[in-house]
Design a protein around this ligand. Structure first.
Ligand SMILES: Nc1nc2c(c(=O)[nH]1)N[C@H]1C(S)=C(S)[C@@H](COP(=O)(O)OP(=O)(O)OC[C@H]3O[C@@H](n4cnc5c(=O)[nH]c(N)nc54)[C@H](O)[C@@H]3O)O[C@H]1N2
Ligand SMILES: Nc1nc2c(c(=O)[nH]1)N[C@H]1C(S)=C(S)[C@@H](COP(=O)(O)OP(=O)(O)OC[C@H]3O[C@@H](n4cnc5c(=O)[nH]c(N)nc54)[C@H](O)[C@@H]3O)O[C@H]1N2
Ligand SMILES: [Mo]
Length: 649
């Protein structure tokens, strides 16, 4: 799953059917614990509504297709488009609904087709990635075992108790060894139970908070001068800017008391090693990238980087440089290319010209639930001639398509799996059962389609060979092959502590507080605080934050659920809008409206409502309300810059 953790699981198989899923006790990170999402793999596998054959819509009605019919239709459509337009008239919209490498063959296929339109930017974490690449030159995290060695841990805009459950064990271990755990989040949530201190910062003002902490650290002389001299570029410029963020000013912006800001600065700088765990929640604002740069800077000025128990942990790209799924060099066959910003999918579809979009191929994604401004996106999607969705279920996106194709589950196909988010391991995933009759894998489907389209250069190899070739860089560098991965998950040796050698991947090879590259890309060279601008506060006074639900990976585990989502609001907000606890309300703004059940929650700040993302249209999708605002940095969707009003029913 598209998750931080990438669990090791053990499936029990009886008479060719999976009867149980447990955690693998021998997995180095996940150590036998499996969350509700992992357990629900079983429910998804045998769900009565699982798709088991291709279907095509005729006059608005779904008709069963054979695979031969489906392939013939797709082949005709693609050939027809290619004869009339540039091949970029096709949009391949693929996300991370499945995280193995075997299903990346869609990209290879579309390269041999001639190159299609794809999406760029991110719905997920693009702003933070761009920020860390300016600062460090790459995105790297400490091994979870090393996080347990910290004496101070700032959990900043992440909710690991819900979204990164296997990190919790390491934080708890650090706490048992005496570490102070500080949670910086506008709301109290499940993670608060392990926090010693909760800092309820106003949403989107974390950049100012970080600069305020930096100002105090500098004023008190708590900076690590020798680290800065050796490894940091641009300290003087940064100091001049950070010094303007006085305690008084920062309290006014963030809502955090001056005494708490000083205390945070003291603990972080002086009770080391100090580790920051940066979440993705906090960068879903137009200023998201700048915010992450401000937080990164704290690590640099205190020298809490490259040291055991330190670091600013956001993502962890250590396996991906050793995976090459394009070993056949299909990219060279892509004569055309074009991309849309994913957070502005509707606009991309509506304004595409020369060629317009004639066909959309969706896989591993549910954009009509997960993209911002869903109502606008549905209209733009509907206006395209032909849409194909590959999924295990008739999702909202599949429903609006003209053809749906079933796919295998992770339990039905051999693969290797990793995540760039947190865990540093590459894992082998075994095929444990056959797919239901009628389901073929995307791997086999694309081979059949490539054959039908006469793509002679397409890699018609079996999946074992595909996996072997894709991990060849790893085999060459570390001697690790599939047989070794079957024995145990692999991580790079000596990779526990990123930047230990002080050799950053930036142009100057130092940590760059001052980044020429950022300046060249049109940003401030320094980490800066830029205020986000709410519009229409009078009409829509409540900020809507739509984070990730403990029990569902995005929309995947809300399949066919039809209860209304819960809106968590402060008791005073209830009074202000005349709402009843457990009553029904309508949340609305200019983009749309949804019905919700109200929950009174004094852990939520007064000006905000929390509704989890992922619910299908049937229950109420929060993205009916979000706008297609984009962060300045990283072309990231600014989902949480969203304002609404709540009306009782
Ligand atoms: N159970 C489950 N786990 C998941 C996922 C899932 O859908 N379900 N999705 C996976 C994926 S793809 C991702 S990207 C991650 C995301 O996981 P997280 O990084 O945890 O991100 P979010 O759920 O978006 O938000 C986390 C926290 O950010 C806080 N927050 C919001 N705005 C601000 C702010 O302005 N400042 C601060 N300091 N905090 C703020 C929210 O209140 C929330 O507690 O989770 C992954 N893991
Ligand atoms: N309002 C709001 N919206 C958000 C977010 C938010 O915080 N707030 N978070 C954003 C984030 S961080 C992310 S990462 C995106 C996620 O956006 P998506 O990746 O589009 O979300 P999923 O719901 O995981 O959709 C994945 C789909 O892939 C299907 N699938 C599973 N396995 C396979 C397979 O093997 N093959 C194929 N073809 N399909 C398969 C699943 O059934 C599911 O329907 O959502 C974003 N949307
Ligand atoms: Mo994500």
């Amino acid at each position: 799953m598209d998750c931080f953790d990438t669990c090791g699981l053990i499936a029990t198989v009886e008479d060719g059917k999976v009867t149980d899923i447990k955690g693998d006790k021998n997995h180095p990170v996940t150590q036998g614990h499996v969350c509700s999402k992992g357990k629900k793999l079983l429910e998804r596998l045998y769900h009565p509504k699982r798709l088991t054959h291709p279907m095509a819509k005729r006059d608005g009605i779904w008709k069963k297709n054979t695979w031969d019919e489906a392939i013939e239709t797709i082949c005709e459509k693609l050939s027809d488009i290619k004869s009339k337009y540039k091949t970029t008239a096709v949009l391949n919209y693929a996300a991370s609904g499945y995280g193995g490498i075997i299903k990346s063959v869609d990209q290879i296929f579309f390269n041999y087709y001639g190159g299609v339109t794809t999406h760029r930017g991110s719905l997920c974490w693009g702003a933070g990635l761009a920020a860390q690449r300016y600062d460090f030159g790459d995105v790297r995290g400490h091994h979870p075992e090393d996080i347990a060695k910290a004496k101070t841990i700032l959990i900043w805009g992440r909710n690991p108790a819900d979204t990164n459950v296997h990190l919790m064990r390491f934080i708890v271990r650090a706490k048992k060894e005496g570490a102070t755990i500080i949670q910086i989040d506008p709301t109290r949530n499940a993670t608060s139970s392990i926090a010693d201190i909760h800092i309820p910062v106003h949403p989107s003002t974390d950049g100012a908070l970080a600069l305020g902490i930096a100002c105090e650290i500098i004023r008190q002389g708590w900076v690590d001068k020798s680290y800065i001299e050796k490894h940091v570029l641009g300290f003087n410029e940064f100091r001049s800017y950070a010094e303007t963020f006085t305690l008084e000013k920062v309290e006014a912006i963030t809502g955090i008391l001056q005494s708490d800001i000083s205390r945070l600065a003291d603990i972080y700088a002086n009770q080391g090693p100090s580790c920051i765990i940066v979440g993705l929640g906090m960068q879903r604002y137009t200023n998201g990238g700048e915010t992450i740069r401000c937080i990164d800077a704290l690590g640099a000025i205190t020298g809490h980087i490259g040291k055991s128990g330190g670091g600013v942990n956001y993502g962890n790209f250590i396996i991906s440089p050793f995976i090459d799924t394009d070993f056949s060099k299909s990219r060279q066959h892509a004569a055309h290319s074009r991309s849309f910003v994913v957070g502005k999918l509707a606009e991309g579809l509506e304004t595409a010209d020369d060629p317009p979009i004639k066909l959309i191929f969706v896989s591993k994604a549910n954009p009509l639930v997960q993209c911002p401004n869903v109502n606008k996106t549905i209209n733009a999607f509907n206006a395209v001639d032909f849409k194909i969705t590959v999924d295990m279920f008739m999702t909202d996106t599949a429903r609006y398509s003209d053809m749906v194709l079933p796919c295998t589950s992770v339990l039905e196909e051999e693969d290797v799996i990793f995540s760039n988010m947190f865990t540093p391991y590459l894992n082998y995933s075994e095929k444990v059962v056959n797919p239901p009759e009628g389901v073929i894998s995307e791997y086999d489907f694309f081979q059949s389609l490539a054959m039908a389209m006469g793509m002679r250069q397409y890699p018609f190899i079996n999946r074992q060979e595909f996996i072997q070739k894709a991990i060849r860089p790893l085999t060459e560098a570390y001697g690790i092959d599939v047989a070794a991965l079957k024995q145990r998950s692999f991580t790079l040796p000596d990779s526990q502590i990123p930047w230990e050698d002080g050799n950053f991947k930036t142009p100057s090879q130092k940590y760059e507080l001052y980044s020429e590259k950022a300046a060249k890309d049109g940003f401030d060279p320094l980490p800066v605080y830029i205020e986000t601008r709410p519009n229409d506060l009078a009409e829509f006074p409540i900020r809507l934050i739509t984070p990730h639900h403990k029990d569902s990976l995005h929309s995947q585990h809300f399949a066919f659920y039809d209860e209304k989502p819960v809106a968590h609001v402060h008791p005073e907000t209830l009074v202000r809008f005349n709402l009843k606890p457990d009553g029904i309300a309508i949340v609305r703004n200019h983009n749309g409206e949804i019905g919700v059940r109200i929950k009174s929650d004094d852990g939520v700040a007064k000006g905000i409502a929390i509704i989890h993302q992922g619910y299908w249209h049937n229950s109420g999708s929060v993205n009916m309300l979000t706008s297609d605002n984009i962060c300045r940095m990283g072309e990231q969707a600014a989902f949480y810059d969203c304002f609404c009003r709540l009306d009782p029913v």
